[in-house]
Design a protein around this ligand. Structure first.
Ligand code: IMP
Ligand code: MG
Length: 187
């Protein structure tokens, strides 16, 4: 079609919110913080697929203490039912976490519905402790009260892509976190 913009415009034209170098620096800081907080212990990192996979892979390597990781996958029932907090588990953890120190790892904490659901589920498994690490936090969007213990960066209510975060499954591979232009979003 003539004059129509591509569905997934090139990311190189989008504003960089956090560069690869900034992200790497912040991940090292959080890794050091976790290593100190859990000194002498082991932690289990549980990443929320797919968005957190990239943050988790960097974070796990920035943590110096013994750690293992696992993944869960969820799907929300869509925008119309979002306020009900309806989140469905698609993939559960592979290894038991009872008595273990668990850190849930997310790409972005937005309304909080996903992490409140997952936190409730994980607590039923009786871990020794449960904390939350998120690469990004949009505190202004919260529908349920939940805070992360480790936050990479706080951002205002803007749609971002890259470093695991997607727009319609695209752009997860970008090394930088960029602002997705509102006019292309339709969300
Ligand atoms: P919530 O906290 O339950 O609303 O959901 C958080 C999830 O929404 C994240 O794991 C992302 O998958 C998605 N999400 C929220 N904001 C953004 C964004 O700006 N870019 C990409 N994904 C987002
Ligand atoms: Mg997502």
């Amino acid at each position: 079609m003539a004059n129509s913009s591509p569905a997934f415009p090139l990311a190189s034209g989008m504003e960089v919110l956090f560069s690869k170098v900034q992200i790497a620096g912040r991940v090292q800081e959080i890794g050091a913080e976790i290593s100190a907080d859990y000194a002498g212990k082991s932690v289990v990192l549980i990443g929320v697929l797919k968005g957190a996979a990239i943050f988790l892979s960097d974070l796990a390597r920035a943590i110096e203490i013994d750690n293992t990781f696992d993944f869960v996958a969820v799907s929300s029932y869509g925008r119309a039912t979002m306020s009900s907090g309806a989140v469905r588990l698609i993939k559960d953890i592979d290894e038991p976490i009872e008595g273990k120190h668990v850190i849930l790892v997310e790409d972005i904490l937005d309304t909080g519905l996903t992490l409140s659901y997952l936190r409730g589920m994980m607590l039923q498994h009786k871990p020794a402790s449960l904390k939350i690490a998120t690469c990004l936090d949009k505190p202004g969007r919260r529908l349920v009260p939940i805070d992360a213990d480790y936050v990479g960066f706080q951002i205002p209510n803007q749609f971002v892509i890259g470093y695991g975060m997607d727009y319609a499954e695209h752009y997860r591979n970008l090394s930088d976190i960029r602002l997705f232009p509102e006019d292309a979003a339709g969300h």
